[in-house]
Ligand binder design. Structure first.
Ligand SMILES: *Cc1c(COP(=O)(O)O)cnc(C)c1O
Length: 378
């Protein structure tokens, strides 16, 4: 039996009728742009995560970008973040002209170490970008307290953590802005690309919405499109074109009903790995007290990472290396001159990590096969 790491077609077939109907509904409406699906999805997604406002974007990276721009980040500013993450974090920060300041992680949660943030704050620091790594939330309450004490804003990258909780509260309302990705392999996958920024601040939401849509108020686009209220062009700022489109919004709405059962599946699979891979000498992922993990990734660590990966591959078991090597050693950032060895916990984790298949695309039989292969290969 071949085990896939992801299987988008299998998940499509489980909800084919609704997804096909959603796509057909948008095309039949003729409203391919500036229609009702994006605002409806935004309202549903905000409610789902306990946030007051949702602003969609055309990727998780775009959501991070519009958040940073709306918060006024730019040249001369510093943003403190982690290196064990998607390049979307550092590229969004540098897109604004701000500088990235990488600090080390707390090794159990593999999220930003609060003491390391405090030590890295300078007069130029404006923001902290915390990443909920693999679905384990960062210590957002402590980070928000630190930020408030220093007049900083907090952008939480929850692209891997949809449905995770901190002290019983779903991530999405705890930071200045919380960003999500709807890349196909994330918890809520579009059939292309998508993202969203959540905030409790109405003014910030309106600014992000404008930046994502040519710098204009959304109502002007709707007016032009429907003919109901043609107010003409009125550009006060330039903005970007980083919008979610109507078809993706309709697909995401159709797929949202599967989120809760899929999260339950991920949690059950993680529990099963924890039980059945115990005692093999592997470092299994742990959840710190007070958090509920969203398990976008089940990432073990072992000194024999490359050997184990090779032996599993020979048995048809795929694994992955997200997110490694860390950003500060990537070729693109070599000119910044950050020495290897400067972030020891990050580098140790990235050198030892191995992602196992997890998610609703994996059936119990396939997980059995993965577990027996691991038992045979360690
Ligand atoms: C997926 C991801 C992103 C980027 O999202 P895209 O939709 O691919 O642009 C950013 N940060 C993290 C942690 C991610 O997992």
């Amino acid at each position: 039996m071949a085990v896939p790491f992801y299987d988008h077609h299998k998940l499509y077939l489980r909800r084919k009728t609704e997804i096909d109907a959603a796509i057909a509904r948008v095309i039949a409406s003729g409203r391919l742009d500036w229609g009702p699906e994006v605002p409806a999805f935004e309202a549903e997604f905000a409610a789902l995560n306990g946030a007051a406002h949702a602003v969609t974007a055309n990727s998780g990276t775009a959501a991070l970008k519009i958040a940073l721009l709306a918060l006024g980040l730019g040249p001369g500013d510093e943003v403190i973040t982690v290196s064990n993450t998607d390049i979307g974090c550092s590229s969004a920060i540098r897109f604004t002209g701000a500088d990235v300041v990488w600090v080390d992680i707390e090794p159990v949660s593999r999220t930003i170490e609060v003491a390391a943030i405090a030590a890295a704050i300078t007069p130029r620091t404006r923001a902290i970008m915390a990443v909920d790594m693999f679905g384990h939330p960062a210590d957002i309450p402590a980070i928000m307290a630190l930020a408030q004490a220093h007049g900083l804003v907090v952008i939480e990258d929850a692209c891997l953590a949809l449905g995770a909780t901190i002290g019983g509260t779903t991530v999405g309302s705890l930071s200045t802005v919380t960003c999500f990705s709807f890349a196909p392999s994330k918890h809520l996958g579009s059939y292309g690309s998508g993202g969203c920024a959540l905030t409790q601040d109405a003014n910030l939401a309106e600014t992000m919405r404008k930046i994502a849509a040519y710098g204009q108020e959304r109502i002007r686009h709707y007016g032009m499109h429907t003919g109901a209220l043609d107010t003409g062009l009125w550009h006060e700022t330039e903005g970007l074109n980083e919008r979610l489109d109507e078809i993706q919004a309709a697909i995401l709405r159709a797929r949202m009903v599967d989120l809760a059962p899929n999260l339950a599946t991920r949690r059950a699979q993680a529990q099963r790995y924890a039980t059945e891979l115990a005692g093999l000498g592997l470092d299994l992922p742990q959840t710190l007290p007070g958090y509920e993990h969203a398990w976008r990734n089940y990432v073990i660590e072992t000194d024999d990472r490359d050997g184990l990966r090779q032996r599993l591959s020979a048995r048809g078991i795929p694994t992955n290396l997200s997110y490694a090597p860390p950003m500060h050693v990537q070729p693109v950032y070599r000119p910044l001159g950050i020495a290897e060895g400067s972030l020891p916990a990050t580098e140790r984790s990235c050198a030892r990590l191995l992602g196992l298949p997890i998610g609703p695309q994996i059936d119990p039989d396939q997980q059995t096969e993965i577990i027996s292969a691991i038992r045979a290969c360690v």
